[in-house]
Write a protein that binds this ligand. Sequence first.
Ligand code: UDP
Length: 238
Amino acid sequence: MDKAHNKYNRVVLKLSGEAMAGDAKVGIDPVTVKAIAEEIKRAYETGVEIGIVVGGGNFWRGRSSGDMDRATSDYMGMLGTVMNALALQDMLESLGVDTRVQTAIEMKEVAEPYIRRRAIRHLEKKRVVIFSAGIGNPYFSTDTTAALRAAEIGAEVILLAKKGVDGIYDSDPNINPDAKKFDTLTYQEILTRRLTIMDSTATSLCMDNNIPVIVFGIDIENSIYDAVSGKTIGTSVN
Ligand code: UDP
């Protein structure tokens, strides 16, 4: 399949930490990571340039740390994202996909530091770039990281892959069987309705920089490939 097939030239794929965890919802499940890597490879082979932002919720979430100092807790969360990035890199490379991991907190024995122009060069050379350690600052999320990196590298869309849900609903479909799924939404509607699919910092950043977001289920086969080719899936936000 050639590039002409695609709607987008460059995308940011946001993978929640939970997507790496399988049914256990914690840690890394190699079978699950392999399935995701295969999905990414299918899209990659069309020629689209892919930057990936990985979450860390399968290891640690800063805001759910009880009495711990919030900034310390957030740094722990950021370190969790690096483990996910390395696991994903390993799996993608075993499938023959060329990758680079960049970290927003310098740890150069492990991976290269985040350098915007270098990331763009990697993408141009058809390497998948995995952005880890969030934006490197506490009080932010990896959804916000996805919005920021997308703006920085000129990605045309954010593909927000979710575990256990296939789009944005007016209430939690896992709790309310009558929950209604949206085909399209505006950023403003997400903010006004206080939909929790994306935090408000990430939503505002996308809104201010006109970056469309497609929210879809990672468990649905071919979803990344379909999203890249412009097929309607999940919920589109713009
Ligand atoms: N985090 C942070 N700054 C960032 C990105 C992430 O402090 O720029 C921390 C934060 O504690 C967060 C954790 O890393 O809870 C894991 O990221 P996130 O919750 O976004 O992961 P996901 O929900 O996508 O798995």
